[in-house]
Design a protein around this ligand. Structure first.
Ligand code: FES
Length: 161
């Protein structure tokens, strides 16, 4: 991962993240943007930005695998408990089986939006991030709060999985 370029605000909610070629080369960068820690990912020609700590229990999504799953949607798999989160929408996905329907067949289901995602734009070889400030709490917001940063992160991330 790379973090050699400083984040600079270019407007109230838009921030310069880095040079396109550098982010493509790094594939993943974690940036402190405004009051948030955001993971920016380059994957198969597209850029994504998502809160870096998992909505379930704060797992480090920058270490998660990327899988194309659930009807071709690209998911980030949290390294702690393997929750799947769509990169584009921040939707939490799971598989369920209805025991009354034979033969048993797993069905793909959504928990709805659980992880806050942000908008990435590229202009003149520079990459910018616009924070998603949509109202209403999204589960991952808790892991961006000052309370979480002060209690867990300042203890050296001793939090157990
Ligand atoms: Fe991410 Fe549990 S912390 S799945």
């Amino acid at each position: 991962m790379s973090s050699d370029e400083d984040v600079a605000a270019v407007s109230r909610h838009s921030y310069f993240i880095g040079k396109k070629e550098n982010i493509i080369q790094a594939r993943r960068v974690v940036k402190s943007v405004g009051e948030r820690d955001v993971l920016v990912i380059y994957h198969k020609g597209d850029f994504y930005a998502i809160d870096v700590r998992c909505y379930h229990s704060g797992g480090p999504l920058q270490e998660g695998d990327i899988e194309k799953d659930f009807d071709g949607r690209t998911c980030l798999v949290c390294p702690w408990h393997k929750y799947k989160i769509t990169l584009a929408e921040g939707e939490g996905l799971y598989q369920a089986v209805n025991p009354s329907v034979k033969p048993l067949k797993p069905t793909r289901c959504s928990k709805g939006i659980k992880q806050r995602v942000h908008t990435v734009t590229v202009s003149n070889k520079d990459v910018f991030l616009t924070l998603n400030d949509s109202p209403g709490p999204i589960d991952s917001d808790y892991y961006q709060t000052e309370k979480y940063r002060n209690t867990f992160l300042k203890e050296g991330q001793k939090k157990t999985k």
